[in-house]
Ligand binder design. Structure first.
Ligand code: NAD
Ligand code: LMR
Length: 338
C-alpha cells in the first residue's frame, strides 16, 4: 500500500507543475503608444496572461494603473522609465512584445523609420538579452525586415541567441489578407485562410492565393497590391497621426496568445512569422516569413512555402531581392553601432 504522505506529495507536485506551466508573464515595451495601449488592454483581457508588465519611456505606470482596474485575475505593473525599471520589467518574462518606436507619416516608407527605430530596438534587445534571454521576443517595430536581424545580432553578441525564440510579427498581413478576400467573396473572414510569406513591407509581402480556396485570385493585381500596401491605406487615412494601431494590437495579441497556447502544450498551433529561416538561406536570405508551428520551445517547425504558381514565383523573386538588402542593413547597423 502507498503511504498517504507519498500520494499527497505526488498530487502536490502535479498541482505545482500544472500551475507553473500555466503562469505567463507577458511584457510590452512601448506600452503607452498607439499600439502599446490597446495591445496591453487585450492582454489584460486574456485569461492565459497571469502577469502583465508594461514599459515605455513615458507613461507606462499610468497605462498600468488604468488597465489594472479591469476585473480579470492577472496582475499589472507599469515600470519607471530607466534602466533598472526596464530590467525589472523584463525579468521572468515568457513573452516580450516590442512596439516601441516611431510610426510612419504619409509619403514615408517603413525603411525611412530605420534611422530612429534601429537604435531603439538595439537598446531594448540588449536589455532583453541581459534580463530575459530565454523569453520569446516578438518584434513589431518597423522596419520589421531589419529590426528582427538587429535583435538577432544583439543576442548573438551577448552569446544568448536562440533563433527559435525570435519572431517578427507579420500577423497583420494575414489578418488583412483574409479580411480583404472576404470582402471580395462575400464570405466570413474566419474561413479565409490565406498564406502570406516573405517579409513585412511592400513587395516583400507575398500572398499565396493559389494555395487558398480561391486560386482565381492569384492574378488579381489590385488585391495583391492591397495586401502588400494595406499599411499605406491606414497611414494615408490617419493623415499624419500615425499608422495601424488597433488592428495591429489585435494581431499582436493573437500572436502572443498562440505562443502561450503552444507553450502550455497545445499541439498544431500555427502562425505566420518572420523568423531565422532555412527556406532561402541558400540565396543569402537569412530571415523569411512563413507559416511556423509553435511549441514549448518557441518555434517547433518552419513550414515550407509549398507550391506556388508562375505569377507568385515572380512575386517571390521581387521579394527576395528587397528582403536580402533589408536584412543586411540591420546586420550592418549592429556591426558598426554595437
Ligand atoms: P507610437 O508612437 O504611438 O508609440 C510608440 C511608443 O514607443 C511610444 O509610447 C514611445 O514613447 C515608445 N518608445 C519610444 N522609444 C522607446 C524606448 N526606447 N523604450 C520604450 N518605449 C519607447 O507608435 P505606434 O503606432 O504604436 O507604432 C509603433 C511601431 O510599430 C512603429 O515602428 C510602427 O511602424 C510599427 N508597426 C508595426 C506593425 C507590424 O505589422 N509589425 C504594424 C503597425 C505598426
Ligand atoms: C502596417 O502594416 O500597418 C504597419 O507596418 C505600419 C505601417 O507603417 O504601415
Amino acid at each position: 500500500m502507498i503511504p498517504a504522505r507519498a500520494v499527497f506529495s505526488g498530487l502536490q507536485r502535479r498541482a505545482f507543475s500544472a500551475t507553473a506551466r500555466d503562469l505567463s508573464k507577458v511584457t510590452v515595451l512601448g506600452a503607452a503608444g498607439g499600439i502599446g495601449q490597446p495591445l496591453s488592454l487585450l492582454l489584460k483581457l486574456n485569461p492565459r496572461v497571469t502577469e502583465l508588465a508594461l514599459y515605455d519611456i513615458r507613461g507606462a505606470p499610468g497605462v498600468a494603473a488604468d488597465i489594472s482596474h479591469i476585473n480579470t485575475n492577472s496582475s499589472v505593473k507599469g515600470y519607471e522609465a530607466n534602466a533598472s525599471g526596464l530590467a525589472s520589467c523584463l525579468k521572468g518574462s515568457d513573452v516580450v512584445l516590442i512596439p516601441a518606436g516611431v510610426p510612419r507619416k504619409p509619403g514615408m516608407s517603413r525603411d525611412d523609420l530605420f534611422n530612429t527605430n534601429a537604435s531603439i530596438v538595439r537598446d531594448l534587445a540588449k536589455a532583453c538579452a541581459e534580463s530575459c534571454p530565454d523569453a520569446n521576443v516578438l518584434i513589431i517595430s518597423n522596419p520589421v525586415n531589419s529590426t528582427v536581424p538587429i535583435c538577432a545580432e544583439v543576442f548573438k553578441a551577448h552569446g544568448v541567441y536562440n533563433p527559435k525564440r525570435l519572431f517578427g510579427v507579420t500577423t497583420l498581413d494575414v489578418v488583412r489578407a483574409s479580411r480583404f478576400v472576404s470582402e471580395i467573396k462575400g464570405s466570413d473572414p474566419k474561413d479565409e485562410k490565406i498564406t502570406v510569406v516573405g517579409g513585412h513591407s511592400g513587395v516583400t509581402i507575398v500572398p499565396l492565393f493559389s494555395q487558398s480556396s480561391h486560386p482565381d485570385l492569384t492574378t488579381n493585381a489590385d488585391l495583391i497590391k492591397r495586401v502588400q500596401f494595406g499599411g499605406d491605406e491606414v497611414v494615408k487615412a490617419k493623415d499624419g497621426a500615425g499608422s495601424a494601431t488597433l488592428s495591429m494590437a489585435m494581431a499582436g495579441a493573437r500572436m502572443a496568445e498562440s505562443l502561450i497556447r503552444a507553450s502550455q502544450g497545445e499541439k498544431g498551433v500555427i502562425e505566420p512569422s518572420f523568423v531565422d529561416s532555412p527556406l532561402y538561406k541558400d540565396q543569402g536570405v537569412e530571415f523569411f516569413a512563413s507559416k511556423v508551428e509553435l511549441g514549448p520551445s518557441g518555434i517547433e517547425k518552419i513550414l515550407p512555402v509549398g507550391e506556388v504558381d508562375a505569377h507568385e514565383e515572380k512575386l517571390l523573386e521581387a521579394c527576395l531581392g528587397d528582403l536580402k538588402k533589408n536584412i543586411e542593413k540591420g546586420v550592418a547597423f549592429v556591426a558598426s553601432n554595437p
